[in-house]
Design a protein around this ligand. Structure first.
Ligand code: PEP
Ligand code: MG
Length: 926
């Protein structure tokens, strides 16, 4: 029914109100109308509109809008007719509940008043009717307390004091032990409390009670709690304005053993099983179930206690689901063999249950595939893909960092990568690698650890990116933790933990705990696979994975990636067996020396790529040529200096010994003493020490030459490939040879070569020239060409601005939004998230962290321009994103809208991205 037709009408019977008009009737009111109109047995009642509330609040006299009470009286007469009872009738009194309810559920508003309509006379009628004085006085004292508190502002403590005093005199512990006489005494005391507080007797006239209650509900909209709540949760007048008042006939579940009350879900919210789930209490009121005074029975048992009610409850379940087409969480009351549905709402479920119910409801034709997908927020899937802390475990976090890579893990703290490897790999212990920040040379420690904790760095720091790639939990930038590597201890406020002590990290929340907190393992169910296959049918964007190793690639396939969108080759250089060769290559004094080192690396890289191609065949594999600043592979300058000091001391000592030994021969020292000294001298060969010093000095000199003040903006990416062409040439050769070998073995491969940090087409042309030359040579050698694609990362602002000329060379664009965000904001991706971004976010200078949620207005605008200009030159250019935003749902929605072809993200986020891509195609608001 359309309420628009009743513009002057302010009060709507449950049969009349438009169940879809939450703005006018509030969520609860609209729902009660809807339930009534679909034939559920809802106790009769009516709703006073939010419009009436706004009119009331706007009137200076704070009088109810004209005509409202007349409408209310008419509705009460209708209720009397429906129930056969009379409001204020001492023979058979009609009692009602009064509740608030705005368009958005707000805990800050008014509590419910129950049993309104009771007074000294109607109470006696209720007792006569029910034959149960205890029931009557219990209802009465509840009403006086709720009305006193909610409508008249009496504090709860005043009532509690009286209640406890009577309990003490009666010498009972539990409320249920109170007799009718005790409850009568309590009601009388309560009436006095109200009179003392208000200075006038408790209102006896039921209509006066009702009018006061209606005004109290309206006033609660502007109450402090409600106003604060709206501010806190940004609830604007467009979302909810004013509260409705719901007046509903009371039904009692505490009228004997043919009565009861319960709460139930139409399906199991923990497992999704298609079976009624819930509990009930016989002879009880709704509050008793919630208060936990008595232990409720599982709903299965209702068929033994009341078989007919159990059958009706099953019917109710079917009606609810076939109408709402969503799992419902509902409340019911049975009064003397009559089943009433008091409330229903969409059931909140865990991810597993959401996925299972989505798939099963689609099969039952309750919902469509689209609806099945849209019911589930993509982020929710993370619960199913990563281990998480057992929700039952209660623990206080000692520190908060950035949630850099999801999942939870416990293990003994270790403070360096070698130790992590030793304890993790060799001793089989579970370890958490704790560092101030990580560097590429720590990579072996990552492999051996359950998780990574750093006290510095952001969500795109080395630790975060690598951990995400490996699917390991990481908390980054926990600045409250001071890591002392030398003492192998970390300090957190007043406390600390040492190497070997167990800690737990939660990379989903960024929290750090002392001790072991139990975790729950993830599960990749068949239902999830079904749901994701539907997502793939609908999505416009393809989802690829950022994967650097064959293991990563296998997990990318497991999660359903259609290819590799980014393989960062630097990870292949960090293998401890290779790092010395890489260093040799970097510090080489001549092209020949460098080539010699590269010749050793070539076969290793070739087999890396071959393995990746084999795992991914026939899907595309996009390999990025070396990107990071080269100093990242070199030893630390200060460490080298310290080692040199030690070596020089050692050299002095050995020289001192030589002098001493000469002196001894002059002073004719004993043979024994001379032999001892010689033995000591032989232990440290001075020539070896001198040699070590010379090597360290050379390394230190080279490290200093290569030193850059601002390495992120320095000698990295394609600039490296141009100053040291041999490095890129080796990688290109390795890629093309691996592809040629695969092709020879009948393995279908689609390599894609991409160049990082490009800012001008000239750079790209130079690299393309290397590629073409090497390809030509390989074609000759293998007797056939290699099919490959050549493209560029778009991660600097100039690349966006020059997209049309880059597209002359590049067959694909891959947005590196980690760097592009850094470059657009001029915010360091290493530091911003710890230093000033939290404050920017809190004070809403920036709504989101741009390293996590793509900045659509700035970075996104650049991306759109680049796509448009790139397509002008090359209409079929393939465009994607491989920055961390590629796994973030709202950023994925933007990528869809901006016309990208694919997103690429770390393997474990692939399912989230697949679902988000379908949501984007369906136009869902994220
Ligand atoms: C990027 O900058 O978004 C990117 C993918 O490259 P990296 O994070 O390796 O710099
Ligand atoms: Mg980058």
């Amino acid at each position: 029914m359309d309420t628009a037709n009743h513009s002057n009408k302010q009060v709507f019977a449950f049969e009349e109100g438009n169940g879809k008009d939450k703005k006018l009737l509030g969520g609860k009111g609209a729902n009660l109308c809807e339930m009534t109109q679909i034939g559920l047995n809802v106790p009769p009642g009516f709703v006073i509109s939010t419009a009436a509330c706004l009119e009331y609040l706007a009137s200076p006299s704070r009088g109810l809008p004209a005509g409202i009470m007349e409408e209310v009286r008419a509705q009460m007469r209708a209720l009397e007719a429906k129930t056969g009872k009379g409001f204020g009738n001492p023979e058979d009194p009609l009692l009602v509940s009064v509740r608030s309810g705005s368009a958005i559920s707000m805990p800050g508003m008014m509590d419910t008043i129950l049993n309104l309509g009771l007074n000294a006379e109607t109470l006696q009628g209720l007792i006569r009717q029910t034959g149960d004085p205890r029931f009557g006085y219990d209802a009465y004292r509840r009403f006086i307390q709720l009305f006193g508190k909610v409508a008249l502002g009496v504090s709860d403590e005043r009532f509690d004091d009286e209640f406890e005093a009577v309990k003490a005199v009666a010498n009972v512990k539990e409320d249920v032990g109170l007799s009718a006489a005790d409850l009568k005494e309590i009601s009388e005391r309560f009436l006095k409390v109200v009179e003392e507080h208000t200075g006038s007797p408790f209102p006896e006239d039921p209509f006066e009670q009702l009018e006061i209650a209606i005004k109290a509900v309206f006033n609660s909209w502007m109450g402090r709690r409600a106003v604060d709540y709206r501010r806190q949760f940004h609830i604007t007048p467009e979302m909810a304005n004013g509260t409705a008042v719901n007046v509903c006939t009371m039904v009692f579940g505490n009228r004997g053993n043919d009565s009861g009350t319960g709460v139930a879900f139409t399906r199991n919210p923990g497992t999704g099983e298609n079976k009624l789930f819930g509990e009930y209490l016989l002879n009880a009121q709704g509050e008793d179930v919630v208060a936990g005074i008595r232990t409720p029975k599982p709903i299965d048992r209702l068929k033994d206690d009341m078989p007919e009610m159990a059958r009706q409850l099953d019917e109710l379940r079917d009606k609810l689901e076939s109408h709402y087409r969503e799992v419902q969480d509902f409340e019911f009351t049975i009064e003397r063999g009559q089943l009433y549905c008091l409330q229903t709402r969409n059931g909140k479920m865990n991810a597993h249950a959401m996925v299972r119910t989505s798939v099963e409801m689609e099969r039952d034709e309750l919902i469509t595939k689209e609806q099945a997908l849209l019911r589930i927020k993509p982020e929710l899937l993370e619960q199913m893909l990563f281990p998480r802390l057992d929700p039952k475990a209660r623990a206080e976090a000692v520190a908060q960092g950035l949630p850099a890579s999801p999942g939870a893990a416990s293990g003994v703290a270790v403070f360096d990568a070698d130790r992590a490897e030793q304890m993790g790999r060799e001793l089989g212990q579970k370890v958490i690698l704790v560092r101030e920040e990580t560097k590429p040379e720590d990579i072996h420690g990552f492999f051996a650890s359950e998780g990574i904790l750093t006290s510095r760095g952001g969500k795109t720091s080395h630790a975060a990116v690598v951990a995400r790639g490996m699917g390991k939990p990481c908390v980054a930038g926990a600045e409250g933790i001071a890591v002392d590597v030398n003492r192998r201890e970390a300090y957190v406020g007043e406390t600390s933990f040492r190497e070997g002590e167990v800690i737990t990290i939660d990379g989903t929340t960024g929290k750090v705990y002392l001790g072991a907190i139990p975790t729950v393992e993830p599960d990749f169910s068949p239902e999830l696979n079904t749901l994701l296959s539907w997502a793939d049918e609908i999505a416009g964007l393809e989802v690829m994975a950022n994967a650097d190793t064959p293991d990563d690639a296998r997990s990318a396939l497991k999660y359903g990636a259609v290819g590799i969108g980014l393989a960062r080759t630097e990870r292949m250089f960090n293998d401890p067996a290779r790092l010395p060769i890489v260093i040799e290559m970097i510090v080489a004094d001549s092209s020949e020396e460098r080539q010699a080192a590269l010749d050793k690396l070539l076969p290793l890289q070739r087999s890396d790529f071959r393995e990746l191609f084999e795992v991914m065949s026939p899907r595309p594999v996009t390999i990025r040529l070396l990107d990071p600043p080269i100093h990242e592979f070199l030893p630390d300058e200060h460490q080298l200096e310290r080692e040199l000091i030690e070596l020089r001391r050692l050299a002095e000592t050995t020289r001192g010994m030589a002098v001493l030994s000469g002196t001894m021969s002059l002073i004719h020292a004993s043979d024994g003493a001379r032999r001892e000294l010689d033995a000591m001298r032989r232990m440290v060969d001075p020539a070896l020490v001198e040699d070590a010093i010379a090597k360290k000095e050379t390394m230190l000199r080279k490290v200093r030459i290569l030193y850059e003040t601002n390495p992120m903006l320095g000698h990295r990416g394609v600039r490296l490939g141009i100053t040291f062409p041999e490095i890129y040439q080796m990688q290109i050769r390795a890629i093309l040879e691996a592809a040629a070998e695969c092709a020879r073995m009948g393995v279908e491969v689609h390599p894609q070569i991409k160049v990082p940090q490009v800012c001008t087409a000239q750079e790209l042309k130079r690299v393309k020239f290397y590629v073409d030359t090497i390809h030509e040579e390989i074609k000759q050698r293998y007797g056939h060409p290699v099919a490959f694609k050549f493209g560029t990362m778009i991660e600097v602002v100039r690349a966006c601005m020059r997209a049309e000329s880059l597209a002359e060379v590049a067959e694909f664009f891959s947005f590196g939004t980690n760097d592009l965000t850094q470059a657009t904001f001029s915010f360091s991706r290493e530091d911003a998230e710890n230093k000033f971004l939290p404050l920017y976010n809190q004070s809403t200078i920036l709504q989101d962290n741009p390293f996590e949620v793509l900045d659509v207005k700035g970075v996104g605008k650049l991306m759109k321009l680049a796509v448009e200009w790139g397509k002008q030159t090359r209409p079929d250019i393939h465009v994607g994103i491989c920055g961390e935003h590629g796994g973030h749902p709202s950023s994925i929605a933007f990528c869809h809208e901006a016309g990208l072809d694919y997103v690429s993200c770390s393997a474990p986020r692939v399912p989230v991205a697949r679902l988000a891509a379908a949501h984007a195609a369906l136009g869902a608001k994220l």
